[in-house]
Design a protein around this ligand. Structure first.
Ligand SMILES: *Cc1c(COP(=O)(O)O)cnc(C)c1O
Length: 389
């Protein structure tokens, strides 16, 4: 139950285990082409340019920066935790003059602070971390993307912990790059960097004055490959991660069959019920309000008098693996539970039960069963709401 790699569907894992074909085999060309097409549906970017490249989510961040930044460009990072700071490091590496607006822990950066910064000078790009996996804070990208358009700034969304788990309408919201890695809500083992770029982002890249300084990330190398596979032709730059892409097609088909909007809605309902369960155990989550609490993971403070490592190890005795903290300032004071991908209410009942038992063993004060009860009641109430709509 960690926030990536998540638990994968058996069909996806079976796809991984298939005999590896040539990257120019007709079946694989079809798989690659179909995967690119399905990405547009899930990103809701019918005119976007998808990229599938072997690497991790960080490579997708690197690609966006390498291709869109030229030395001396101004970049604005809107940070809600660890991954915002990483984006600043990457942008700086490509010569950007980066300003970072950091929220307080568990909060978001106020929209007027963003507008104030944008109006102070001309930025080339801004980045948003949709869900910062270190804090479980969810940022609404829509009003920020609107500001980006108003000030003529390219808007990049780090969706590594949100694509296919939180609502994203890339084209309608006017976001120029939405990127992710395979091992989170997309539901494929680690190893693929996935990104969709808007027409505007591609134009900005085409009109660069200087060459892209990263050889591997350069869209000049990858765009012809993506176009070829979409046109069902073979092409070669670097050998594609054949098995991972077969697994990606499998997972995208599962998501497509469920419909992305339904999947996001289900995820939200389960996450809300889960948070109700957590709160009923007298535990506090990092995000300060319900509106900015992510639906793909929860970051939860340990109770004051309880040793965190001991709690996680007792939870593990009940066969539930959770993650420790990630944000260095408060690393030892909280833990994280992923609930994205194909997570079900049964999974979350098991998690709450294991958490309750571990907390009871350590003497945390609450009435046994309270968390499970709150989870069930919340879920029943939201099902009720659904059936009356
Ligand atoms: C996991 C994550 C990343 C980094 O992805 P890797 O695949 O580990 O390189 C970047 N941003 C966010 C928001 C993430 O959750």
């Amino acid at each position: 139950m960690i926030p990536g790699p998540i638990e994968f569907e058996p069909e996806v894992l079976r796809a991984m285990g298939m005999a590896t074909t040539s990257h120019v085999a007709p079946n694989f060309i079809e798989t690659f082409g179909k995967s690119l097409e399905m990405m547009r549906d899930i990103w809701m970017a019918p005119n976007g340019q998808p990229f599938i490249v072997a690497g991790t989510g960080t490579l997708a961040m690197d690609m966006a920066a390498a291709n869109l930044i030229e030395r001396g460009d101004n970049a604005l990072v809107i940070s809600t935790g660890y991954f915002g700071k990483r984006f600043k490091d990457i942008l700086d590496r490509y010569g950007a003059n980066t300003t970072i607006l950091e929220s307080n822990v568990g909060e978001i950066v106020p929209i007027d602070a963003i507008e104030k910064e944008l109006s102070s000078k001309q930025f080339k790009v801004l980045t948003i971390t949709h869900v910062d996996t270190s804090t479980g804070v969810l940022v609404d990208p829509k009003p920020i993307a609107e500001l980006a358009r108003k000030y003529n700034v390219l808007c990049i969304l780090d969706g590594v912990c949100s694509v296919a788990g939180e609502e994203i309408k890339q084209e309608e919201w006017g976001i120029d790059v939405v990127l992710t890695g395979s091992q989170k809500a997309i539901g494929v083992p680690p190893g693929l960097a996935l990104l969709v770029a808007s027409q505007k982002a591609m134009e900005v890249w085409e009109n660069r004055r200087t060459p892209v300084s990263s050889y591997y990330s350069d869209w000049n190398n990858w765009l012809p490959i993506m176009r070829a596979y979409e046109e069902r032709r073979s092409s070669y730059f670097g050998t594609p991660a054949v098995n991972l892409i077969v697994a990606l097609e499998t997972s995208l088909k599962i998501i497509g069959a469920e419909k992305i909007a339904n999947r996001v809605e289900k995820n939200k309902k389960l996450a809300e019920a889960f948070r109700a369960g957590i709160k009923a155990l007298n535990l506090e989550i990092l995000p300060k309000t319900e509106e900015i609490a992510a639906n793909t993971l929860s970051a939860i403070y340990y109770p004051k008098d309880i040793d965190g490592a001991e709690l996680r190890s007792r939870i593990a005795h009940y066969n539930i693996i959770v993650a420790g903290g990630l944000l260095s300032e408060i690393k030892a004071s909280y833990f994280r539970i992923g609930h994205m991908g194909s997570v079900s209410s049964n999974d979350l009942i098991s998690v709450l039960s294991a958490l309750e038992m571990a907390l009871l063993e350590l003497g945390h004060s609450f009435e046994s069963g309270k968390g499970l009860q709150a989870f069930q009641d919340n879920l029943l109430a939201s099902n009720e709401k659904l059936s009356t709509v």
